[in-house]
Ligand binder design. Structure first.
Ligand SMILES: [Zn+2]
Length: 629
């Protein structure tokens, strides 16, 4: 159609067994000087250069049946010779990445993010897009359906056919799943939600539907109705292992173990299911916090190169804080279960020496080269803006609540961010979160932010939590598997007598291979290094399965011999066993607190005297109405 300004994409899973999508991009009015097109170097939400163009297998161009010469300008970019148009660019994309960030295709299903398959047409990224999703060849494909939040433009519900997006940024923000998936639907605050579940599973769909409805209603209530999206899709891939999620404006891609999904007849919320609910909660909260309330530098996204921000602590950390807090506030888990998770988060922070070297702002800024490119030294040098960010959000929330006597909280700051930057789509400047926190709370938080974001000082969480009736204790780990959060089964004295080597083992293989050596620990002092394979502890053969037990039988302060292979050379190390650090956090609700503390805690967790259903917009201590409902 001559006057149609839309960029048209047509995608076919034409060779599932070869993992190849066939894609055509039609440009009605190509650049008269020669049209340039490229694939993004990264996908929003995952801050690593991935160069999706590396999976383009063949690319050719034509116009009105005549071949158009096309050449490459750089790793991601092609240029077609000038032609009158329409210009048709045809290519194949190899899709064998099962993560939530790429594209995947085989005989059982197909999945893609637009960043992997849709060429960006330079100079025309504001144009509307039409996407024709075609079925794969063959008989089996008759049963395939399509799941996506991309608005339909002629396609039947869950059907192959044409979809649309307002521009390039939108078309790459609606991942698409196709195959024989399980479909469940529910409404939250009047918004239809789809659960698209791929992979073999025995999940209790009614339970999943009910719990996700509770969770989504809670989040919508938190920011206030109406919800910013008119349709939402959870694209879930369940398998034997894997864990991850990626947020989009009206959907989330989740990858989890099938054991994370609730089974029929399962009572309560198991730790595995709690992990799934936390993941879904996290990505859903992002619908507001990062997909709409966005760093100014992401407006618009420059998908050709790294985009630096010091704000990932706010977008990932605050989201991580609320993902689990929402579980207790919405009544899906008990307060004790929430404190268990919080204790684990504090434990993770304390076990990484990187918190003493890198500030939260530095971690955010360097995400591209550090957090997203972990190596054997990462725990010693990098602090996670998820983990520390969540705890800074906790500290900020409790500080505002304490110092305003409950009149304000981080909830109010988030709602103000939503009003100021989310609804208006005005990007958040690098100091925007801090400024709004000052404004909303009326507190001078400069010292708080300088310490929390721009120093490596330890967070004083114990004092803050005590003010809210939470007992904070630290103890040594009980075993290598001890993640914290829970009291130990053994008495404290037994824990302090358990010597440690200061190592972390690789999680696979039968051998005791060192994945990481703790800076300043016994192993590093003795000369051991990441990659070494410990074969004997004090003359006794050691494997991955029994090294913890072998070391546990020895005594703190004892000097032992340790044998290990470095590459293929056997080496001997003399090592003095150290006492274990008290790096495992346990939190508990104190029941001996006064009424005021009890009320503060109830207002924060939204449990207790205030009925949970009304709590999305509660003003517990009679605060004014600064933030929007
Ligand atoms: Zn996130």
């Amino acid at each position: 159609m001559k006057d149609d300004p839309a960029i048209r994409y047509c995608i076919t899973p034409h060779r599932p067994s070869g993992h190849l999508f066939d894609v055509q991009c039609t440009i009605a009015r190509p650049d008269p000087a020669g049209q340039r097109v490229s694939l993004p170097a990264w996908i929003p939400g995952s801050y690593l250069i991935r160069d999706f163009a590396r999976h383009v297998v063949r690319l050719s161009a034509s116009s009105r049946g005549q071949s158009v010469s096309v050449g490459k300008l750089d790793k991601d970019t092609w240029r077609c010779m000038p032609c009158e148009g329409p210009l048709v660019i045809a290519y194949e994309v190899y899709a064998w990445d099962r993560s939530v960030r790429g594209a995947h295709l085989d005989d059982t299903h197909g999945f893609f993010n637009g960043t992997s398959v849709f060429l960006m047409v330079h100079g025309q990224t504001d144009r509307p897009c039409r996407v024709e999703v075609r079925p794969p060849p063959g008989e089996a494909a008759r049963r395939w359906r399509v799941g996506t939040a991309m608005p339909r433009d002629g396609a039947a519900p869950y059907g192959f056919g044409t979809y649309r997006a307002e521009n390039y940024e939108e078309v790459v923000d609606h991942p698409v799943e196709m195959g024989e998936f399980t479909l469940a639907t529910f409404e939250a605050a009047g918004v239809p939600h789809d659960i698209i579940l791929t992979g073999r599973h025995r999940a209790d769909l009614d339970r999943l539907r009910a719990d996700l409805r509770t969770l989504c209603s809670h989040h919508i209530g938190f920011f206030g109705e109406p919800s910013p999206m008119d349709h939402y899709v959870f694209l879930i891939t369940a398998g034997g292992d894997g864990y991850g999620g990626l947020e989009h404006r009206s959907s989330a891609s989740l990858l989890c173990s099938r054991n994370n999904l609730p089974r029929a007849g399962e009572q309560g919320v198991s730790e595995e299911y709690r992990t799934f609910l936390g993941l879904a909660s996290h990505e859903y909260f992002h619908t507001w916090n990062v997909k709409r309330i966005m760093p100014q530098v992401f407006r618009p996204y420059d998908l050709e190169r790294e985009v630096y921000t010091r704000l990932l602590w706010a977008f990932e950390g605050i989201t991580s804080y609320y993902d689990t807090l929402a579980l207790v506030r919405s009544g899906l888990i008990a307060s004790e279960s929430y404190l268990d998770l919080l204790g684990q988060t504090i434990t993770r922070l304390l076990r990484g020496g990187g918190r003493l070297k890198q500030t939260l702002e530095e971690s955010s800024f360097d995400a591209w080269i550090k957090f997203y490119k972990p190596d054997e030294n990462t725990p010693n040098t990098v602090v996670s803006y998820y983990t520390k960010g969540a705890l800074v959000a906790l500290a900020l929330d409790l500080t505002i609540r304490r110092d305003t006597r409950g009149a304000r909280s981080l909830d109010d700051v988030m709602r103000a961010l939503w009003e100021r930057h989310g609804k208006t789509r005005v990007g958040v400047p690098e100091d925007g979160v801090e400024r709004l926190a000052h404004e909303v709370s009326g507190l001078d938080l400069r010292l708080f932010f300088d310490r929390a974001l721009r120093s490596t000082d330890e967070l004083a969480l114990d004092e803050l939590l005590a003010f809210f009736g939470i007992r904070f204790t630290l103890r040594p780990a009980e075993s290598e598997k001890d993640k914290g959060g829970k009291p130990a089964a053994k008495p404290e004295s037994a824990l302090t007598e358990r010597p440690v080597l200061g190592i972390r083992l690789a999680s696979d293989g039968p051998e005791a291979t060192l994945a990481h050596v703790v800076e300043g620990g016994a192993a590093q002092t003795a000369g051991l290094a990441a990659g070494d394979v410990i074969v004997a502890v004090d003359g006794i053969r050691a494997t991955r399965a029994d090294i913890d037990t072998l070391v546990g039988r020895l005594t703190v302060g004892a000097t032992i011999r340790l044998h290990a292979f470095r590459r293929d050379e056997l080496m001997e190390f003399v090592l003095t066993l150290a006492s274990p650090p008290a790096d495992t956090c346990v939190l508990a609700l104190r029941d001996d607190v006064d009424d005021a503390t009890h009320a503060r805690r109830g207002a924060w967790l939204q449990v207790g005297p205030v009925p949970p259903k009304t709590l999305g917009r509660a003003r517990p201590d009679g605060a004014g109405d600064h933030a929007p409902p």
